[in-house]
Design a protein around this ligand. Structure first.
Ligand code: SAH
Length: 269
């Protein structure tokens, strides 16, 4: 069980001890670093995959920060309920507006939503994309609300000007995986997180196209060779080949992106 202990103590002391437990700070606190505050019923799910590889290394180096905040800290009353049955009937449970509202207010440090967006991960949201990752990376940080069960009481989303962002047209059991995906895509855009800064300039979506195919050693594998042009050492030809491959792939796989790309190219003249 994640955080249902300490039920029989006074509220203040519970909140204090939970607060200490809830904040993941396995990193030096470098002032001004981009930060994700995650509101969740399962803080132990963090940093999760973000604690590994490039994002994990960057977290330890203090290039970004993470606070997983246990929303149960903000439940009150005898039973400390965080959820209740849906008004109007139906299956499942809904996260309570008062609990979620207190959690958002706790995470809020008075910055405007433009500088510090508050996002509810939700299948009803605007689809997450690279442009959104860039916008978030340019902010000071982000507060992410992870739903569970049937979701969150609508009133708190309205009252706290919460933006809704979706990972795609499918339904997860909770917002935590979606939050980690969003954080991963954002953090890798922060300066210093990827070794080679160029790699975010040339990858998929950066120029509105999907990335060209990649190859590495061995030069021949199961009778398949690396396209000759890539081993020619002629940088200009390599660039042209990659651009043509990107265009052909985008046209074939993502007609929606291809249309947009053509339109933007035309608008630029
Ligand atoms: N009843 C809701 C789904 C709830 S799923 C509906 O039909 O819209 C439980 C939680 O998982 C949601 O509150 C949300 O935080 C998260 N979630 C589910 N699918 C998601 C998706 N595609 N993108 C982002 N978050 C999602």
């Amino acid at each position: 069980m994640p955080s249902s202990s300490a039920k029989s103590h006074g509220r203040i002391s519970i909140e204090a001890s939970r607060k200490a437990r809830a904040l993941i700070t396995d990193r030096p606190d470098i002032a001004g670093a981009w930060k994700a505050r995650v509101l969740t019923l399962y803080p132990e799910m963090f940093p999760g995959v973000l604690g590994h590889s490039l994002t994990g290394k960057a977290l330890q180096e203090g290039l970004w920060g993470l606070e997983a905040i246990d929303m149960r800290m903000f439940a009150r009353g005898k039973h400390r309920n965080v959820d209740d049955t849906p008004a109007g009937g139906g299956a499942g449970m809904v996260l309570r507006a008062d609990v979620v509202g207190r959690a958002i207010d706790f995470a809020d440090k008075g910055l405007s939503r433009a500088v510090w967006p508050v996002i509810y991960l939700s299948p009803r949201g605007r689809p997450f994309d690279q442009a959104t990752a860039r916008r978030l990376a340019a902010a000071r940080g982000v507060t992410l609300l992870c739903g569970r069960f049937e979701g969150v009481d609508e009133r708190v989303l309205e009252a706290r000007q919460v933006e809704e962002v979706s990972l795609g047209d499918f339904v997860l059991t909770g917002g935590e995986i979606a939050a980690q995906a969003l954080i991963d895509a954002t953090v890798r855009l922060l300066p210093g997180v990827l070794g080679n800064a160029q790699s975010t300039e040339e990858e998929s979506f950066s120029g509105g196209l999907l990335e060209h195919p990649q190859y590495t050693r061995p030069a021949e594998w199961e009778g398949r060779e690396i396209p000759e042009i890539l081993t020619s050492g002629h940088h200009g030809n390599v660039q042209k080949w990659r651009q043509a491959q990107s265009e052909a792939l985008t046209q074939a796989r993502r007609p929606d992106l291809w249309e947009k790309y053509l339109k933007e190219r035309k608008d630029k003249g």
